[in-house]
Design a protein around this ligand. Structure first.
Ligand code: ACO
Length: 423
């Protein structure tokens, strides 16, 4: 095994170099503190590997994304969401029998316990559906025991993937004051969700196959993205021994932020602001460059991708295809393309290697499907949840699994005496 040498205060420390299957190399500093008293400092973990993982590979310089070795472009061209969930969680594609069983299980477990419906009643109408999702996800643990054995975990995995869409649709129905629509077993996972979102008792509802396909693609593209903020959060919570539902609820909370999954909502709001203000893309880009009040070009930039995010490329093409099939034009799509072109030809973005990310075009497609802006991040949850599950399952059997507990460099007051208060 190769070693790296670190020299501090005239002493040399040998540190092993670990190599992954795609030849990524890392210096293992696990023993550094014991040997030297030193720790490493890396705010935001930009250069820190937290684990070994065999789920997803990203090459941010080349714009490559693979799930379990399969290129995202090939998966996206023909796969069904539920099959890819199985691949990510269990490591291999299911055979025909496994797939039939998996789909049947995911269909049979879609109902929520009737008592859970009462929880929805307590929320104010304006409650953000992400708050409801996080609370409901953790609440599931009070209905379903989280046993440590494989069988209990497998059952809870099925429950979560099946029920997450029911939770999301119920949160939406609650926010608009409509009655809940129960799942229908004859439908695919995406179609079932769309029906629970948009059907009303007074009228017949047919799922539009264009929307069903679009949602299938969106869900697949959001499934996993290695050690991102929400996945790392879910893994960190799981490392304490917390159950699957609690760990995933933490993932939902981490995803909510505008620097992460909340960016898809912010992109559409940004485009709407540019449009309604009568301003131009150029003027907005100049504002971003001046860093006016922290203004950022939402849906642009990524910690890992320093080239095109392959998911953004697929979604841009999908947006054109979907709008073409529906025969509609959305001024926001044209505006997004203009904004992208303006940024991609501007030195500020070129020098910093800022490209559109997955959130840049996803919101425009959700909008076309009739999904309201405040549900966009919930849509991200639905896609990412099976990825979090794959990581939870991987962590469980990881021989390196210790409680996640970073260290710090203390910068506060040095020791001082505590004098008793005068009163
Ligand atoms: N608009 C304008 N400037 C940007 C942007 C942006 N979207 N993203 C990065 N920059 C600039 C920073 O200001 C910084 O410039 P500086 O060197 O002059 O200070 C430089 O590019 C590096 O940016 P960092 O913030 O250090 O990059 P980091 O890796 O920490 O952040 C992040 C990545 C959070 C995604 C960032 O690019 C961002 O805020 N983007 C907008 C929000 C967004 O789209 N988030 C979704 C990401 S994908 C996902 O989570 C699903």
């Amino acid at each position: 095994m190769a070693n790296a040498k670190l020299e501090v205060d005239g002493k040399t420390y040998e540190l092993p170099i670990v190599e992954g299957t795609e030849h990524e190399r890392a210096i293992d500093i696990g023993a550094l503190r014991n040997k030297s008293g030193l720790i490493t400092l890396d705010p935001g973990y930009g250069n820190t590997g937290s684990c070994r993982s065999s789920i997803t590979f990203i090459d941010g310089d080349q714009g490559i994304l693979r799930y379990r070795g399969y290129p995202i472009e090939e998966i996206a061209a023909s796969a069904h969401f539920t099959e890819v969930c199985y691949l990510l969680i269990y490591g291999e594609r299911p055979d025909a029998k496994q797939l039939a069983r998996w789909k049947a299980d995911l269909t049979r477990h879609t109902l929520l316990h009737e008592d859970m419906k009462k929880f929805f009643e307590g929320y104010p109408p304006a409650a953000h559906p992400m708050a409801i999702m996080a609370a409901m996800m953790a609440s599931l643990s009070s209905f379903y025991p989280a046993g440590d054995d494989d069988e209990s975990l497998d059952l809870n995995i099925i429950r979560l993937i099946a029920k997450s869409k029911t939770l999301a649709a119920f949160a939406y129905k609650k926010s608009i004051g409509q009655p809940f629509v129960y799942p229908q077993n004859s439908l695919s996972w995406p179609a079932n969700f769309l029906r629970m979102m948009f059907a009303v008792p007074a009228e017949p509802y047919e799922v539009d196959p264009v929307f069903e396909d679009a949602l299938n693609l969106l869900l697949i593209l959001h499934l996993d993205h290695e050690q991102n903020c929400s996945t790392s959060t879910a893994r960190m919570v799981a490392s304490s021994g917390a159950n699957l539902f609690a760990s995933l609820s933490a993932g939902v909370c981490a995803l909510w932020g505008p620097r992460h999954g909340g960016a898809n909502q912010e992109v559409v709001e940004m485009l709407e602001t540019i449009r309604s203000s009568g301003s131009t893309c150029r003027a907005f880009v100049e504002k971003v460059k001046r860093k006016e009040a922290g203004v950022r070009l939402m849906g642009f930039g990524h910690r890992v991708y320093k080239s095109f995010d392959p998911r953004a490329k697929l979604l841009k093409a999908a947006a054109d295809r979907i709008f073409g099939k529906l025969g509609i034009e959305d001024p926001l799509l044209a505006l997004a393309k203009e904004l992208e072109e303006t940024a991609l030809h501007d030195d500020y973005f070129v020098e910093r290697k800022l490209y559109p990310n997955v959130d840049f075009y996803s919101g425009i497609i959700y909008r076309a499907m009739g999904i309201p802006t405040n549900m966009f991040t919930v849509m991200f949850v639905l896609g990412r949840l099976p990825g979090w599950i794959a990581h939870f399952r991987e962590l469980r059997t990881d021989p390196d699994n210790r409680i996640s507990r970073p260290r710090q460099v203390y910068t506060g007051a040095t020791v001082r005496a505590w004098e008793p208060s005068a009163t």
